[in-house]
Design a protein around this ligand. Sequence first.
Ligand code: AMP
Ligand code: MG
Length: 309
Amino acid sequence: MISPSNAESIRRAAALIREGKLVAFPTETVYGLGANALDAQAVEKIFRVKGRPSTSPLIVHVASHQAARGLAAVWPESALKLSYRFWPGPLTLVLPKRDCIPAVVTAGLPTVGLRVPVNPVALALLAEAGVPIAAPSANRFSELSPTTAEHVRHSLGAEIDLILDGGPTEVGIESTVVSLAGPVPLLLRPGMISEAQIADVIGEIRVAQAPAQGPHSSPGMHAKHYSPRTPLFLTLPPSGRGACLWLSHEAPAAKSIRMPADPAHYAALLYQILHTLDGEGFDWIAVELPPDSAEWTGVRDRLRRAAAI
Ligand code: AMP
Ligand code: MG
């Protein structure tokens, strides 16, 4: 059921979380499918409902810096600096975990991904629940992430106890993920907080390469991810009826959509547009890849994975 995010529905959502149920809620990036991160059985339901492999760790959302520090075994200076600069906001920090976090949350890894979101509904829910909330995106595994409550209802509505409606999400693509668990900070997933912005705060950062085979430390590293059902191409297919998302060159297509030239606006609209086009029965969606420059890295990453076959 979709509920507007008023005080009453936030209280109900928090009570459901404490009872071990699942609640979908808005964050500034995408809608999350949340469960009490300290309750292994509740978290197992997230994996079942999404069809997510148990090898994909979940991000744990908390209401404050203090709550985050309570879940990490160590809090290095890099974590202190990055959290002060970017929290609340779309940055996930991966750190050695404390024992209170069940193994199912972290896919058996000794580390945990932590984030304080800035979305007011997410923060109100976290404060009211009084427990950390593990939440991946509220969609079936490898599909497009939801950016509205209606997207969640369409994909998982029958299986979730409550969907809190906070309107369309603002950032529109998933958080930047940085691991601080090793000797050198590692960018695991690009996002709207860029590698350069992170390097500005902590100096050196390396970019993780996805392993060709074997387990991934991160679901965002699967070559194919974040995909609409309609095949997505980064070049124009020779035949069929399609839609085109363009920046500089309009292409012949049944439907042609000019995308914003600014990366933040582009990201905010991208999944919303792909969800809509998915319902229109096109043979393909062709997307003009934005320029290869730092501020577009997150968007280019998602488009590449959406297009992977
Ligand atoms: P999502 O499915 O969008 O919630 O993605 C979760 C993201 O969190 C993945 O892309 C991982 O990079 C990251 N993540 C969460 N926990 C960990 C962890 N313990 N180690 C590495 N990456 C993690
Ligand atoms: Mg996801």
